[in-house]
Ligand binder design. Structure first.
Ligand code: ADP
Ligand code: MG
Length: 239
């Protein structure tokens, strides 16, 4: 029997008062894949990640992690079970160093207490920010801040990393470096689900992509399938 998907969502729906932010979304993230989640602003991408990581309860639908139902779990349970999230808006503790911020990720993840320093060092190295380890998190460039945020999530030694726009605000060279880091993270055994607006980056790195617009799944498939889908083209051109 083949392994269940690392993550599966079925009929996932989230209503905020009158607004339906997510409407019956289905998707499966296979183990070892880099999957993409794309869609226009306000489509519901961050909300989907909020539901999966237990930051918000779904209104309807089901979430399964490694085959087991986890709908309604807490962020702490999600973190200890192996889901880590790099936030769209990184908010490191400004008074702490880069290393101290990354270590916080290790403390709240799957790493036991004995592994905290090892997990911290390996996350700093994977993101190429060892040289910045002793600098204050305050005053980092956007590029370094994004890498710190992914390193903090990675230090939890997750099985699944949800990365919410890790390339936002990066120039093309920095974007390429981040995508290369995500590939290294995946090659190290971490499944990834990525929100990203840079189509070149998304199409180049993802195995499968879910496209949502106004809370609904409008397409799903390989990058080639999704890019050729008339519904996707219409959503992006506003047709
Ligand atoms: P995306 O990440 O795709 O840009 P979001 O998931 O952030 O979109 O938002 C989807 C919709 O849900 C938007 O209309 C947004 O204003 C709304 N929304 C998101 N979070 C909340 C919340 N906590 N309360 C009320 N509305 C929300
Ligand atoms: Mg968002």
């Amino acid at each position: 029997m083949s392994a269940p998907p690392v993550l599966e969502v079925r009929g996932l729906t989230k209503r905020f008062r009158g607004l339906v932010a997510l409407d019956g979304v289905d998707f499966a993230v296979p183990e070892g894949a880099i999957c993409g989640l794309i869609g226009p602003n306000g489509a519901g991408k961050s909300t989907l990640f909020n539901l999966v990581t237990g930051f918000l309860p779904p209104s309807e639908g089901e979430i399964r992690f490694r085959g087991a139902p986890v709908t309604g779990w807490s962020p702490q349970q999600a973190g200890r079970s192996g889901i880590a999230r790099a936030f769209q808006i990184a908010r490191p503790f400004p008074g702490l160093t880069v290393r101290q911020n990354v270590r916080i990720g290790a403390l709240f993840g799957r790493s036991g207490p004995r592994d905290v320093e090892g997990a911290t060092d390996s996350a700093l190295a994977l993101l190429g920010i060892e040289d910045l380890a002793d600098r204050p998190a305050e005053g980092l460039t956007v590029g370094h801040l994004r890498r710190l945020e992914v390193a903090r999530a990675l230090a939890a030694r997750p099985l699944l990393l949800l990365a919410d726009e890790p390339c936002a605000g990066l120039n093309p060279a920095e974007t390429d470096a981040m995508i290369a880091a995500l590939r290294r993270i995946r090659d190290g055994g971490v499944t990834i689900w990525l929100v990203e607006h840079d189509m070149r980056a998304v199409m180049g790195v993802c195995d499968r992509i879910l496209v949502i617009a106004a809370g609904r799944a409008i397409a799903e498939g390989t990058p080639g399938e999704v890019a050729a889908d008339p519904a996707v083209i219409a959503a992006y051109l506003g047709a």
